[in-house]
Ligand binder design. Structure first.
Ligand code: ZN
Length: 359
């Protein structure tokens, strides 16, 4: 844990309002934010929480899928992805997961919630793949949940959920996450009946489901690029993002299977903004909201961990009329200079270095 200072145009607080500031960091925590008048040479952005991934899919990256149904591709146990995972040696799985973690870190993500298949062994491989400065929340299955943070269920319908297993996970204090409403409404009510801590997709949610998620304060993780890629939606009304926001739902953002979608949260934010017309504040709240799983806000505020992205805004700094809008729709991950997680900066190659005064 290092002390230090970083200066620039920072997107502060829950409104992500850009302010020209100096941020003081002590023991990995933001201890002070003060206004400065120096010319701006960099932007400072809260790091992202990618709220839904399957990073082991890296080994099946961009397998051609034209004309194939979702169930045929990803459903347990014989979907194409599971066949590929089963025949991939452990050492290659570990390398592939580590490389996706490096990619995520280099593109501004320092934490992610991963659905890890393959039972306790699968969870062990992800733990083996970990690198400093990026923190997975692991949802295991088939017994893997007892060695992980929670139980990640593929669906309430396929395969049929083992209710006793859900109860055992709950008793062991594990979180329950489940895919629901990805391609239809059939599995939604059963998913709610499991009293999940997180619902993934919610693409086909109708008004009553939106109301229930809002009233029960169950976070919904939206994965818009995955939904478009895999046929979950063909129109901007699905998932019903605006209705969900208006109803007061807690919404987080995820990139889903690395097999089909790069785990780049800048790209996910730009897609969300373009298709669903979310405001920059709404988009950034969704891209950082998953830090609640660690008990943090994920914002640039005094008392929060110093999880920051240093960006080179390039010529955008000179011309933009809305830094917030440029941040979510234009800048892109190529502008990332370095990323910090609590105590150290990490450059794009994953090398760490301490905070410096006046960085
Ligand atoms: Zn998924």
């Amino acid at each position: 844990m290092q002390d230090g200072e970083v200066q620039g145009l920072a997107f502060c607080g829950e409104t992500f309002a850009p302010r020209s500031v100096s941020i003081i960091i002590q023991r990995g925590i933001i201890s002070e934010i003060t206004e400065i008048t120096k010319p701006i040479t960099q932007w400072i952005v809260p790091t992202f929480f990618n709220a839904h991934t399957h990073i082991a899919d890296t080994v099946a990256m961009d397998t051609p899928i034209a004309g194939r149904l979702l169930a045929d591709l990803v459903a347990p146990q014989n979907g194409l992805k599971h066949q590929i995972l089963r025949k991939t040696p452990d050492d290659l799985l570990v390398i592939a997961m580590r490389e996706s973690m490096r990619f995520m870190q280099a593109t501004g993500t320092v934490a992610f919630a991963d659905f890890r298949e393959g039972g306790a062994h699968g969870v062990g491989l992800l733990n083996q793949a970990k690198i400093p400065g990026i923190f997975p929340v692991i949802f295991g299955r088939e017994g893997g949940e007892f060695f992980a943070d929670g139980l990640g269920l593929s669906s309430a319908k396929n395969p049929v959920v083992d209710l006793a297993a859900v109860k055992r996970a709950r008793t062991a204090g594990k979180r329950i996450a489940i895919h629901a409403g990805e391609t239809g409404i059939k599995d939604i009510e059963d998913a709610f009946s499991l009293d999940p801590d997180v619902i993934i997709h919610a693409t086909c949610f109708e008004n009553r489901h939106i109301r229930e998620a809002a009233d029960r304060n169950i976070p919904l993780v939206l994965c818009p690029r995955s939904n478009w890629m895999l046929g979950g939606t063909v129109r901007a009304a699905r998932p019903p993002v605006r209705k969900m926001i208006d109803a007061g739902c807690t919404l987080w953002l995820g990139t889903d299977n690395v097999m089909f979608v790069a785990p780049d949260m800048f790209a996910e934010c730009a897609f969300l903004t373009t298709i669903y017309k979310t405001t920059p504040q709404e988009t950034l709240a969704m891209a950082t909201g998953g830090f609640a799983l660690f008990g943090h806000h994920g914002t640039i505020d005094v008392g929060e961990p110093a999880n920051l992205i240093r960006l080179d805004p390039g010529y955008v700094q000179e011309w933009t009329q809305s830094p917030e809008l440029s941040l979510v729709s234009r800048i892109g991950s190529r502008a990332v200079r370095s990323v910090s997680a609590s105590g150290s900066w990490y450059d794009s190659a994953g090398n760490s270095y301490p905070f410096f005064k006046g960085e």
